[in-house]
Design a protein around this ligand. Structure first.
Ligand SMILES: Nc1ncnc2c1ncn2[C@@H]1O[C@H](COP(=O)(O)OP(=O)(O)OP(=O)(O)O)[C@@H](O)[C@H]1O
Ligand SMILES: [Mg+2]
Length: 269
């Protein structure tokens, strides 16, 4: 089955700014795919349309066999439960414990509001939260406040939280852009291992070509809102990089870039 189907998606902001211009591709269950493209090429907009945080001006998106329609809130919530998201800025709640942050990952599956949630979480959920923390190797930090962690630890906690959803698809928008190279490699290894062991479809926006080549099978390159290339990562060479990014190569966004609206909305789900 296809995990993700994007069909002629066009997204125009303010009736004039074309962010996506007829983007189509399909991704099979269990594939690892990286999205490449210059700043402003439409990568994050594409992610927001995949999850229904943005409605395409034209075209359609299907995740796990269900059409994504921002107008159908309940239907969309059901689909989103199966989609784990990882962001550059982690998206943890700073002033509560690591354990509570991970519990929040199950919020889509229960009726309580976040404030009362951890008080009422069942023993089964608590056990699962500890298992997810254990999977990312940070069970020993469960009682620590989330703002007292390193960047790499924060991202691993964000991954543990996402595992509470038991996702079938992981969307990671520049998951290592705020991390040093060592922490970045650890986070990438973790994401890749988890995706492989659970046959999760992994779609990542990455800026570093060597990382993309190491961790993805296939890439989709966007240029000015269009699919410029869709191929195996092995074909990426210097000439291709120059054609895609120009002679200066890919640029990371500033590390203090504000979290995108999808992250804020995801937090409030
Ligand atoms: N909410 C918005 N309103 C208007 N224009 C927007 C909005 N969000 C994005 N855009 C525009 O759409 C285009 C694509 O932006 P997008 O954020 O998807 O690019 P990106 O590939 O993720 O870039 P980066 O590498 O800098 O993260 C840009 O020209 C951007 O200015
Ligand atoms: Mg972006």
């Amino acid at each position: 089955m296809n995990a993700i189907e994007v069909n002629k998606v066009r997204k125009v902001y303010n009736q004039r700014d074309v962010a996506l211009d007829g983007v189509s591709f399909t991704i099979k269950e269990g594939e690892s795919v990286v999205i490449l493209g210059h700043n402003g090429s439409g990568k994050s907009t594409l992610f927001r349309t995949l999850t229904g945080f943005e409605e395409p001006t034209e075209g359609s998106v299907t995740l796990l066999g269900r059409e994504v329609d921002p107008g159908k809130r309940r239907h969309l919530r059901e689909t989103r439960k199966k989609v784990g998201m990882v962001f550059q800025a982690f998206g943890l709640v700073d002033n509560v414990s690591v354990f509570q942050n991970v519990l929040f990952g199950a919020l889509g599956q229960v009726k309580f509001a976040p404030a009362t949630y951890s008080l009422f979480a069942s023993e089964a959920l608590r056990t699962r939260a500890m298992e997810c923390l254990d999977r990312v190797g940070l069970a020993h930090l469960s009682e620590r406040r989330a703002d007292r962690l390193s960047g790499g630890q924060k991202q691993r906690i964000a991954i543990a939280r996402m595992l509470m959803q038991d996702p079938e698809i992981i969307l990671a928008d520049e998951p290592i852009a705020s991390l040093d190279p060592k922490a970045g490699r650890e986070v990438m290894d973790l994401l890749a291992d988890i995706a492989a062991e659970r046959n999760i479809t992994l779609l990542m926006i990455l800026h570093q070509i060597p990382i993309a080549k190491k961790y993805a099978d296939r890439f989709i390159a966007l240029k000015n809102g269009e699919v410029f290339a869709d191929n195996n990562v092995s074909v990426i060479d210097e000439d291709f990089e120059t054609a895609l990014f120009g002679s200066e190569g890919p640029k990371d966004p500033p590390a203090d870039e504000k979290p995108g609206s999808m992250e804020q909305e995801a937090k409030s789900l």
